[in-house]
Design a protein around this ligand. Structure first.
Ligand code: G1P
Length: 291
């Protein structure tokens, strides 16, 4: 049963300084919702019921965000703010929250390993907060489908321009149709010349217990980090791994430019602000760009 989803959220968020100095970068809002909330809601929409946050010192606000806040609820009830009360209560009961600490910044593979004792010996999901994927259907739900068909680990992939592949894990994969691939090899952040393909791994994974087993003996890379990509590459020698494309629009919420793009696009589709924001942008375009 796929019920547990791991969210590695221990990083400093250096790409987002100074905003992320005292506030976990995952809680910086896109319009009116923290970026991480979109990702947790995606997992819940796909049937996951437990969120395991792999956190670090200074990041307790993440647990608080998904917890009940009885004092706030009592205050809103007393003031008769029913809509806000309902919203806050829904958020507090969205998902079961478990938090575990990653005591040293030793990479994504190491972060996932910190959750190992909470995962029994069942497959689980990993969702990276920097990858915000918005759409009608949850992106991780597509990986769940492929896992159900194959029983194997599944990674999300997206085709990127050649010069961008060095920012991602890269999959050498054979297309099987319907956006599903059999993975033959994985390389973490290859140079464009060395990349075996332009299929970039995006931060959504369904992992079997074999991946945890392999991560336990995966050596750190030259920068001292244990890479999840490397754990998966070693898994390939023991069992098949699949990749698949996914529905929705993906934003790199760890990148300031893409964060801005996400803010504008989500602002445009916001149920309350969308219409006003569209006419604001039209007016802005007329005044500034003679459109
Ligand atoms: C991580 C993974 C990488 C993956 C990426 C997706 O890298 O190590 O394989 O392609 O997430 O966003 P990071 O962006 O944390 O450096």
């Amino acid at each position: 049963m796929l019920t547990r989803a791991v969210f590695p959220v221990a990083g400093f968020g250096t790409r987002f300084l100074p905003a992320s100095k005292a506030i976990p970068k995952e809680l910086i809002p896109l319009v009116d919702k923290p970026a991480l909330q979109y990702v947790v809601e995606e997992a819940v929409a796909a049937g996951f019921t437990t969120a395991i946050f792999v956190t670090a010192e200074g990041k307790a606000a993440i647990e608080d965000h998904f917890d009940r806040n009885l004092r706030l609820e009592a205050f809103l009830a007393q003031k008769g703010k029913q809509e806000l009360l309902r919203m806050v209560q829904e958020l507090g009961s969205l998902v079961e929250v478990v938090a575990v600490r990653q005591k040293q910044a030793l990479g994504l593979g190491h972060a996932v390993l910190q959750a190992a004792s909470l995962l029994a010996s069942e497959p689980f999901a990993v969702l990276l907060g920097d990858d915000v994927i918005v759409g009608e259907n949850p992106a991780i739900g597509r990986l769940v489908e492929v896992h159900r068909q194959t029983g194997a680990s599944v990674v999300a992939v997206m085709e990127v321009p050649g010069e961008e592949i060095s920012r991602y894990g890269c999959a050498a994969a054979e297309p099987l149709g319907n956006g599903v691939f059999r993975v033959h090899d994985l390389v973490e952040k290859p140079s464009p010349e060395q990349a075996p393909s332009r299929w970039a791994v995006i931060g959504r994974y369904i992992l079997t217990p074999t991946v945890l087993h392999e991560l336990r003996t995966t050596p750190p890379d030259p920068s001292g980090e244990i890479q999840l990509t490397e754990g998966l590459r070693r898994t390939l020698k023991r069992e098949p791994v699949y990749a698949c494309t996914f529905p929705g629009t993906r934003y790199d919420a760890g990148n300031k430019g893409d964060f801005l793009r996400a803010t504008v696009e989500l602002g445009l589709s916001h149920p309350e602000l969308g219409r006003w924001f569209k006419s604001f942008l039209e007016d802005l375009a007329r005044r500034h760009f003679q459109v």
